[in-house]
Every structure is written in structure tokens, then in C-alpha cells.
Design a binder for this molecule. Sequence first.
Ligand code: ATP
Length: 390
Amino acid sequence: MSATKPRPRPSPATGDEGAGIEPGKEGAAPQSFVRAPPAAAASIVRIEGVRKRFAGTTAVDGVSLDIGRGEFFALLGPSGCGKTTLLRLLAGFEQPDEGEIFIDGEPMAGVPPYRRPVNMMFQSYALFPHMSVAANIGYGLKQQGLPRAEIAARVARLLDLVELGGLGERRPSALSGGQRQRVALARALAREPKLLLLDEPLAALDRKLRERTQLELVALQRRLGLTFVVVTHDQEEALGMATRIAVMEKGRLRQVGTPEDIYERPRSRFVADFIGEVNLFEGTPAGAEGGLVWLDTADGRLAGTGPSGAIALSVRPEDIEIATHRPNATNVVVGRVEGARYRGDDMVVHVRLESGKAVRATRLPHAPPLPADADVFLSWSPQDAVALAE
Ligand code: ATP
């Protein structure tokens, strides 16, 4: 798993204050394009106790969830946890066995995909190779029977929106991966869905392009004031883009919250471990005092913050201090340096504790080197140790 070094931002910095183009709403007031993500707006999606089984598998297992208007909502989890199935249930490609889905206040039972105020962008993009970029983008509008001139005008606006102006006559095969991704996005936006569902939208892009495209996606979503629900298995992507994240495991929601909630205050070992690198210290409850909970672990009595009765402490590598002399700190463990790996923006140090446990701690890349096989003291603040009850 890659490092989750940059702490998630409260809301992604988008620099999206420029004039936006809302497809088909050319007369609309500009302020509608720069709406902030509304935390408390009425939900556009309501999922109530939804279950979906396939032969032998419960892909979605009793999920209830509200998604607010204008949110950039991420469904995050390992392969096979049911993310795509949940997205397909919203799109109408699957029907729930139990429970109900409401979109924009309307029950969706029996409503086919093309009658839902929803569009889905597929992982493969599914562009038509024999059609020009413009024809791809305008395809749904043609199906809808819009007049040709109107289609042309909307396609031109969409091309500008995704910064592909001038490339309308090319075939998809003559575009880069990132440009193809933007064509797929423009096509998904063409019919002005209230809700856009994106299945691993950045999976086909290389790392650098993926990072840039993350920012572009967020800027576009906010400019248009649409609701995006994106499926990803990449925690950095979810932390960097989403207003809220639902972490799924085996068809269930394990935790729903802002990127900060999920990263800083995971409620279970599963979530802590899935979201970036953590060191988990397991133990037995040893009391609570002064806002701290104590655990007896193989590495001594350690303190953290969280529910009393916790059975593990989760500590991020970047919150651990490494010293060659015993520091005066609440949580101190002793070990030996096994190696260090330079990662560009930091250095990850592997330490073997006296208990045999392996711990990772990060340091600044240019910190003075630790002697090989050095005995070291690792310490961290109880505020940085999240106590987990699950
Ligand atoms: P990935 O990240 O690998 O795409 P996912 O989280 O999107 O995974 P789903 O595609 O929703 O997971 O699948 C959830 C479970 O349901 C898996 O065990 C999968 O094998 C099963 N499943 C999904 N679609 C079907 C189907 N049409 N028939 C049978 N089983 C299915």
C-alpha cells in the first residue's frame, strides 16, 4: 500500500472560481457554478436497508446511506466488497432484493436506468471507436432526439468544459488516456444528470495524470454543483477528492465520514488498516483516566484516546518520534532499527521491538542517519494513538 503522507484537506482546493459552463443552462447566474459542498443540504440519494445477493454471495448486505446534494461521495473498499454493485443499484442496472432506493425524493423500484436522473461513467469509458469525439459526447443527446444545432452547441460547451476544445473531430484512438477519460466524462455529463456515478474513473491513468485529474474532477463537480458518487479502491484518491467517504467491507458499510474522520478517527482495525499505513498495538483494557484509555500490550502499557474497553491502538508512522535516548513521554517502546527506505518526501524506518513486533515510523528525508542496528526509542502522543474497540 502506498503512503498516505499528505494529510487530507478539509475540502479539496480546487481553484475553480473561474466561470463555469453548465451544460444547457447558459442563462444561469454564475454563482450557481461555485457552490460549496453543502453539508446539510437535503439528500439526493437515500438508500434504506438495501441487500443484493448473487448466487452464493451477498454483494450488498443491508446498506443504509444518505448522500447530500452537491457531495463528492466516495465508496471505498477492497476488491469484491460490493462497491460496484451498490453503484449499479443506484444506476438501475441491478434491483435490490430488499430495501429501497430514493433518488431526488422518488422511489426507484421498477424505474429503468434511462428514466433515472442519473448517469454512469464506466471504468472502461466505453467510447465508440468508430465515432469522433464530438459524436461520442453527443450520442445520448441524439438518442434523446434533440435538434442538431442544439447538440452541436452543447457538445462545443462540453468540449470546452473538459478542455478538449478543437479535438472534437478526432477519433478516441488518437487521444491520450487522460483525454479519453475527459471525453467519457463529457459524455456522461451531456444529459445533465443530477447524479453522476463514476466507477474507478481514474484507474486507466498513470500516477501523475491521475493526481492532476483528481483536482480537475473536483473542480468540475463543484463548478457544476452536481453530485458525484465515485467508486475507488484507492484510499489516497478518496481522501483527496471526496467530501465524504463510505468504507465498505464484505457488502457492509464499516464507516462513513469526512476524509479527516476516516483518516484521523477510524473506528475499527479494518478502517485504520485500509486507510494508509498504521501500526496496530493490540492488548487488553487497563483502565481509563483523564480522557485517556490504557491498554496492556506486549510492548508495555500504552495510552490512546477513544472508547474505554478498546482492544487496539492505531498509530500512524508519521506520528512516531524516533530517538536514541529515552524520551520523557507517555508512550515509549524500545526496538532496533532494521532498515530505512527513502521515499522522496520522507524516509520510512523499520524498527523491530523487543516484543518482536515490526513498527514503521517516518522521518524527514534528510534527518541524520541512524546507526545500523541502533537501539532506538519510539514515542508518540496519546492524542495520536486512536483506541479501537472493534
Ligand atoms: P472491485 O473493486 O473488484 O470491482 P467491488 O467492490 O466493486 O470490487 P462488486 O463488483 O460489487 O465488488 O462485487 C461484490 C461481490 O459480488 C463479489 O464477490 C462479486 O464476485 C459478486 N458479484 C458481483 N456481480 C455479480 C454477478 N453479476 N453475479 C455473481 N456475483 C457477482
